[in-house]
Design a protein around this ligand. Sequence first.
Ligand code: SF4
Length: 460
Amino acid sequence: MFHAAINEDMLRRYDVAGPRYTSYPTADRFGPDFGETQYINALRSCRGGTPSAPLSLYAHIPFCESLCYYCACNKIVTKHHSRARPYLDAMKLELDRVVSHLGSARWISQLHLGGGTPTFLSDDELSEWMDHVRHHFQWAPNGEYAVEVDPRTVTAERLRALKEMGLNRLSFGVQDFDPDVQAAVHRVQSEDKVFALVDEARVLGFESINIDLIYGLPKQTPQTFAQTLERVKALRPDRIAVYGYAHLPTRFKPQRRIALADMPPAADKLHMLSMALDVLGQAGYDYIGMDHFALPNDGLAKAKRHGLLHRNFQGYTTHPDSDLIAVGVSAIGRVGATYNQNVKTLEAYYEALQAGHLPVERGLSLTRDDLIRRAAIAAIMCAGELLFQPFSEAWLIDAKSYFAPELEHMQALTKDGLVRVDAHGVFVTAMGWYLVRIIAMGFDRYLQQQAQPLRYSKVM
Ligand code: SF4
């Protein structure tokens, strides 16, 4: 349907780079004016919150045993597992320091272990981390406690250990099942092992299983990707994320190992996206937005149906906006009306902590305009509508006048059938959900002022 509805002219105009809006303003707007002092002030202003203001916690574990050539993450490739111990100690120290300012009254309702490869840490080390979090915070009932899993690094026994630590969600990085594609990106993992692990995760009672796929990888063709989609259908995870590969070799060094000649042409890439939308839709998955699909009884699909979706640094979520404490090298957090990001190298991270500091490198204090636009972008990307009257009342503005230039801009998107604008608001159409980043970009003041070429991933 998507393929049929989008014509060549639209393809050319909308084949642009754009933010994923896991935050607004986006992380490239963070600056060095925001540092440790500002972060501490933000933490202290939240001190003494109640369990009714739940907290999210993200821990970034940067180590990976081998390099995937498509990788755009902040990671350190090493086979030396002895590097995990000092890193774990540093993360614990960072959390202690955060808690000394924030207090520990609030409950954790979302926890995410990401990377890199979180399971680079041994079960004992991960368990020590979880105990340390429990030492500081109570855990909310019905919370989402998730870990990213590289199928090459875990066994059934390790999954059992993760479950016993209190983790209840798994996200498997599969990307593609085709052996040639796996070889071309230097990430070879057997299909049998993925199937066995997912089966085991179900037996163990993990509440939600996510599979990540990537389209647009080297050696991928619509035919090979169709086979991967068939295998994923057979796996039937609760959630599937299908990301478009962004080939930016000047920015991400590992990608220089990918031969340009192996890259699928843009038309094939679009075909693969279209195929994913059709195949997963026919297999009973609900389309959530951007790259996300979920089975109808999954919390994400229910939240979309009831207009209760939210978005944070991990993408779409069912949990309302909450403060996010992020620890670890390069981790990005959100506290009150601020964002903070840690230093990006291990050396700088250890150095800051040893010197008695919080390892913040940059961040941003949001202006009122930032907050208004963040709410508008969230309304578009999560609810698929920006209703003028409630929005005006919530922000004490006249939304129609405030966004007059943006509504003017929406006219072109209206002609292409992506949005409908009437006296009551802006409404994302069924077609518009596929290009919802384009609609959100219309409300991004920084993009409107941008003189430099964009450095984001492509929206398709
Ligand atoms: S894609 Fe994931 S597992 Fe691969 S190198 Fe990057 S962070 Fe590590």
